[in-house]
Write a new protein. Structure first.
Length: 102
């Protein structure tokens, strides 16, 4: 399984492509590609957003589902999803958790 991630150009925030083709600040809203056709769809959407200068560093990343949540497999991507490595009162760590849609 894969999701598409990037950094929003205007502020550098790590974002993930959602099913409605918006860029979500949380990985929980990311559209998960489970087959080649879905991965290609995500790649096309990422290239289009890159060409529109919405995002940079567009990448498909490997994820797994654990207890109904999307979890990146690589440490780098887990850190990006959790937020900056700062005090828990700051960054994404301080935001309230939003329940993921089934």
């Amino acid at each position: 399984m894969k999701v598409l991630t990037a950094n929003r150009l205007i502020d550098g925030e790590a974002v993930w492509l959602a099913a409605d083709h918006s860029w979500s600040e949380t990985i929980a809203a990311a559209e998960v590609a489970r087959d080649d056709a879905s991965r290609e769809k995500l790649e096309r959407a990422g290239k289009a957003a890159l060409l529109k200068n919405e995002v940079v560093d567009v990448n498909l990343i490997d994820v797994a589902m654990e207890d109904g949540e999307i979890v990146p497999l690589r440490l780098r991507e887990r850190i990006r999803a959790a937020g900056p490595t700062t005090h828990p009162q700051f960054g994404k760590q301080a935001r309230p958790r939003i329940a993921q849609a089934a």
